[in-house]
Every structure is written in C-alpha cells, then in structure tokens.
Design a protein around this ligand. Structure first.
Ligand code: HEM
Length: 483
C-alpha cells in the first residue's frame, strides 16, 4: 500500500511540481498583467519567464557557458516567438525583464532618461555619486567634464603623448620575454596608463595592489549581491573600501599641491577643480566615486580590445600586412618616434582595424535600464519596475546588420554601418563616455605593434569563453619577437 501511494505521489505530484516551477514566474508576473490588459488591445511582449528566482538564467548559462553559442539565446527566441517588435519578456539577473534586441526597440529605451534610467548592477561598488549612478542634471554636469577631458580633441591630444612611452616600453619587454599571455600583459599596460592619466600614479607595488583591488571590484559587479564572508560581492566591497582610502589620501595630497606646490594636471585634478554653472565644485566623495567608476569602465574594456587586436591580426596576415604598410609609410615621413592624435586621424586603414576589432570583440554585451513607469511600445506593455536588458552583443553578430558578421574584415568600414546596427558603445545620452579614448589607445598601440613586431598564436584553436567577457580561454598566448 505504501509503495502504491509512493508511486502515485511520484507520478502525480512530481510532474505537477515540475510544471508549477516551469510556469511559476509566468503565473506570478505575467498572468495577472495579461489579465489586466485583456480587451485593451495591448499585452506583454512574447517570451517565457522561467523558474522562480532564477528565471531564464539556466538557459542563458546554457547558451553562454555550455554551448558557447551566445547569440543562439536570442536566435532561439526569434525562432520561437517571431521578430515582432524586437522585444521579449524574460526573467534575468534577478528581475523580471524586457530584452531589447532590435535597433528601433533599443532607440525607444534610449529616448527617455526619466522613464528608463540607467541601472548598473551593484552600482554601490563603483560609487553612488559616480557618472554611471546619477541621472538628470547631476549626470549631465559630470559627463560634460569627463567627455571633454578624456574624449574631446584636446584631451586626446594630451593622452596620445602620455600613453605612448609605456606602450613602447611594454612591447619591447614582451619581445625580450619572447612568449607572453597577451591579456595579462595588456592589462598591466592599460592599468599603468590609466593610473598615470587619471591620478598620476606611477608603476610599482602600490599600483600593483590597486590593480588587484580593482580586479576584486570588477568581479563583484557581476556577482549576486550577497554580503557575507566568502562571496565575491563581500570581497568586492572590501576592495572598494581600500581603494577609496587610497584615493582619499591622493585627493588630500592633491588639494595641498593645488595650494601652490605642484600641479599634475590629471583627471583627478580636473575633477577637483571642476565647477558647474553655479560655481559649485564636486564633493570629495564625488571625485573618488568618479575616478573609481572611470577606471572600472575603461580598464578591462580597453585591455580586452587590445588583446583581441593581437589575436585577430595573428589570424589575418593580409590585414596585418596592410596595417604594417600604412604605419611604416607614416613612420618614414616622421622625425619623431611617437605619433600625434592628428597623425592617428590620417591612418585610415588603422582606424578601420580599430573599429573592426572593437566590433568583433563585442566587449559590452548588455546595458541595463529600469522602467520607472508603465509604457506602451508597438502594442506591447512595458511594466513598471521591470529591468530592461539592452542586448548590445546581438547587434554586432546579426547577419541582418553586418554581412558575414563573424569574419574579421576591416574593409567593411569603407562605408558606414547600417543605421542603428552598431551598438558597441551603446547609444543615446549614455553612449560610452570613453569611446574615443578607447579608439585612440588602440590605434596608437597598433601603430607601434605593426611597425616593430611579429607574433604567432601558440594555441590558434583555443576555445572561446563568453562570460564574464568574450576571450580565448588561453588569454591569447603568443610567441613575440621584434621584426
Ligand atoms: C572598447 C572599449 C569600450 C567599450 C566596448 C565600451 C562600451 C560601453 C558601453 C556599451 C556603454 C553604454 C552602457 C549603457 O548604455 O548601459 C559604455 C558606457 C560608459 N563607458 Fe565605455 N566602453 C569602452 C571603453 C571605455 C573607456 C576607455 C572609458 C573611460 C575611461 C569608458 C567609460 C564609460 C563611461 C563613463 C560610461 C557611462 C556613460 C554614462 O552613463 O554617461 N568606456 N561603455
């Protein structure tokens, strides 16, 4: 009798439990809303919200981690639900979400900052008063200063001069080593240059410590926000605290120097002195938060782009040859070993290689927004308090946007991209504040790399990983020699 009851339970209750779990989020979030809208001609975007708490995270991880075909996550939705308005409902990264993956849908979410403010996960780690955390006028005033300092023509002219000595020194040291793991080396180079540009920090054990601390912060941004010993988030909070203490010491030193002793003229100096229209300066907290957020935004992204350039060029000898020819021609006509930002703008093919590298590298896979009120888009309801995931990655890999998208082909940049199809740096008011800085650093690096060095991938068939960012599993190990 007990066995019969047991079997009845197994056959009846388990499938029921499975069904309930599978439809849990649909029943909890979607069904009440769809009932409310029935008869109004609007409904939720198509999709499936998955299991309680996890939603579609297992499916996401299946495509990104197990199959290593990240774009099939969206392709499977397009196949199942059709293209519709380019939006799908889901439950991702701990929240009911709308996925936006078509140019017009993403544009819709860029349009209104008030309705769809930027919402970085775990933004407390980068700083609650930083550029990426504030909205409205607070955002506009810091953004305009930062953009001018690191992304405008004058800033870029100064930066071009400042970053090249370390690039050249690094390349020479790689050739001496003979064999390097590119990602580790470019990270070191990028961090040294960022340390110099942002806070006049010189290479040495203190900068190495900061590098480790930033590594801890970056890991925490993508982790579940569980604050107890042993979690990535807890560790990241501790790293953030230590970094804050270091930057506060630097800040005090700088304030003293501004009273007459010495001027360094780095980004931190600029932030300290910045005044808005009413003559207000930034608080110490704002200065520190913004420095931390800019390092977080620019460090890993620039390092990854540089690593990918080394990788793609090793696999594309014809492209490399054209790149060498263009850069050697420029070098011949120059007295100076270093080039200027004006020189970079004349390197047409090099800039195409930069653009194609950044497109293929697909570093920033997603952008996050929050819906602060219920709105309608093309007959679909976007509910209040849901997350919007702008699926940037898919734009660059969708064959409807780029012909043969997985082929590294700088010549595709002989003309502009299709309107709205290129989203590597996001768009709207929140478009990457360091996009020109990233581009010029890569172009300068390519100049020195292509005129002076030869390299070869040690694992040309290394597998790819896509989380936290796309990169070959070996970090691009190469044999590296002078030409
Ligand atoms: C290849 C390198 C880079 C890529 C692919 C990249 C990508 C992006 C993307 C997609 C966004 C928009 C996010 C959104 O809308 O949710 C963004 C924003 C941002 N990026 Fe970059 N980025 C790169 C390099 C840099 C660098 C070097 C810096 C500065 C040091 C920087 C600073 C920022 C800042 C401050 C924002 C926020 C802008 C705002 O909210 O107004 N990025 N980046």
């Amino acid at each position: 009798m007990v066995v019969v009851v047991w079997w009845a339970w197994l056959l009846g209750a388990l499938p029921l439990l499975g069904w309930l779990l599978w439809w849990w989020n649909e029943l909890w979030y979607a069904t009440p809303l769809n009932l409310r809208y029935s008869g109004t001609g609007t409904k939720l975007p198509p999709g499936h919200m998955g299991l309680p708490l996890f939603g579609e995270m297992f499916k996401f991880l299946w495509y990104f981690k197990v199959l290593r075909r990240p774009d099939d996550f969206i392709n499977s939705k397009r196949r199942r639900y059709g293209d519709g308005a380019g939006i799908y409902r889901s439950y991702l990264f701990g929240s009911p979400s709308i996925i936006a993956c078509s140019p017009s849908a993403v544009k819709f979410f860029y349009r209104s900052e008030d309705v769809f403010p930027l919402k970085w996960p775990n933004v407390d780690l980068v700083g609650l008063t930083s550029l990426v955390a504030v909205n409205g006028t607070g955002h506009a005033r810091i953004r305009s200063y930062v953009s001018n300092a690191i992304n405008g023509p004058d800033g870029l002219r100064r930066i071009a001069v400042a970053v090249q000595p370390r690039m050249v020194a690094s390349l020479q040291s790689w050739a001496q080593m003979g064999r390097i793991k590119t990602f580790d080396q470019v990270k070191k180079l990028t961090f040294e240059n960022i340390g110099k540009l942002f806070a006049s920090l010189e290479p040495g054990p203190a900068l190495d410590d900061m590098d480790r601390l930033f590594g801890g912060v970056v890991k925490g941004i993508r982790a579940q926000p569980l604050n107890f010993p042993g979690t990535a988030y807890h560790h990241a909070l501790k790293c953030r605290k230590k970094l804050e203490a270091i930057f506060r010491v630097e800040l005090e030193k700088k304030k003293k120097n501004h009273n007459g002793v010495q001027k360094t003229n780095d980004l931190m100096d600029g932030l300290i002195q910045m005044k808005d229209d009413e003559g207000n300066t930034l608080s110490d907290q704002e200065v520190v938060d913004n420095i931390v957020s800019l390092v977080v935004a620019g460090y890993e992204s620039t390092s990854l782009a540089t690593m990918w350039a080394v990788y793609f060029l090793a696999k594309s000898p014809t492209v490399l040859q054209k790149l060498r020819d263009e850069n050697r021609a420029m070098r011949k006509n120059k007295q100076d070993y270093f080039i200027t930002s004006e020189d970079v703008s004349k390197l047409k093919y090099t800039n195409q290689v930069v653009e194609e590298t950044i497109r293929m590298a697909n570093i920033a896979a997603f952008g996050f927004r929050l819906t602060t009120q219920e709105v309608e888009y093309k007959g679909y309801v976007i509910p209040k308090d849901w997350k919007v995931v702008l699926w940037f990655r898919y734009f660059q890999t969708n064959p409807e946007n780029f012909d043969d998208p997985m082929c590294f082909n700088p010549d595709r940049w002989n003309g502009p991209a299709r309107p709205g199809a290129y989203q590597v740096f996001g768009g709207g008011r929140r478009i990457c504040a360091g996009n020109m800085l990233a581009r010029i650093q890569l172009a300068l690096f390519l100049h020195h790399l292509s005129v002076g060095y030869r390299w070869e991938l040690l694992n040309p068939d290394a597998e790819m990983i896509y989380l936290s960012h796309p990169k070959p599993v070996d970090g691009v190990e190469v044999k590296f020699v002078t030409l």
